[in-house]
Design a protein around this ligand. Sequence first.
Ligand code: DOR
Ligand code: ZN
Length: 354
Amino acid sequence: MSTETALQTLTITQPDDWHLHLRDGATMAAVLPFSARSFARAIVMPNLRSPVTTVQQALAYRARILEAIPAQMAFEPLMTLYLTSASSPEEIDRARESGLIHGVKLYPARATTHSDAGVQSIADCAAVLDRMQRLDVPLLVHGEVARPDVDVFDRERFFLDEVLIPLRRDFPALRVVLEHVTTSDAVQYVREAPGRIAATITAHHLLYNRNAMFLGTDGSAGMRPHFYCLPVLKRESHRRALLGAATSGSPRFFLGTDSAPHPRGEKESACACAGCFTAPLALPMYAQAFDQAGALDRLEAFASFYGADFYGLPRNAGVVTLVRQAPAPLPKITAQGWEFVPLASGACDWSLAD
Ligand code: DOR
Ligand code: ZN
């Protein structure tokens, strides 16, 4: 990392996004350039409307992504499979052989967007998890229990006790990424747990607590669906724990935006979809959070080193430069008549240099 003149600019090794929703078709074509602008690679989530459960589907999806990358931009999609109770150990063999599948995603059934096909009971997946452990294919985890009797703000804590700890006891050599951690409980678990575990942290969970969902634009009351995602934003003490983890220098915590675009009409609705679309300003948002913590010198390792190291991939060779300057207004982002509203546009002191 090199810094100049009282940190007005910050040049770091080009980062990767270790948790991204790119969608498909016209939406993907509209949002992908924003990720490719900041990130060299991304772990691409498999929760398409029809989930990506086989290697064949993942490779076809990968081909569509490569096709959608604008000329003169470079971007490497790192593909994942969606775990279901019908997944087979042989599919894990094929994933390993392909060399292009970097993880298998566990969505507890009904925990979040497009998780209907997710896992009801871990016991149904024992043979697959065993094969993943043997072949060292990482398990990527959406860490929430979705039982109706569990308070939505407690879903992550319950998941640790009821699902993750027993799962890791049964499969102790499995490489696990606990995605988008949101609580001090998850931070403490990941920091202290034995074995090979890491966590991604989003920019929005570093910058905002749950009050952000209930603020009117003039500071009075309101409800802001663009700040609604799952796991939902938590109280301030949890945000501080996340910021502490991200800036701690621990290689177990690294960048994953969880950028999840939904059409404006589906966000601004009586039943808003979960997901924050952060890709256009994600890297500036991370810089903002690290700057507020006085830890800009820790951003590079969090954004550009630890994830690659955990996934066993080389660190990137290129660099990106951030400038302490409000970003230029973003263009309206549309596809097929839908608009995608990015989070934090207009509320950031950092931007990407030209
Ligand atoms: O808020 C979320 N949105 N959380 C997820 O886990 C999925 C994502 C999406 O796909 O929209
Ligand atoms: Zn996600």
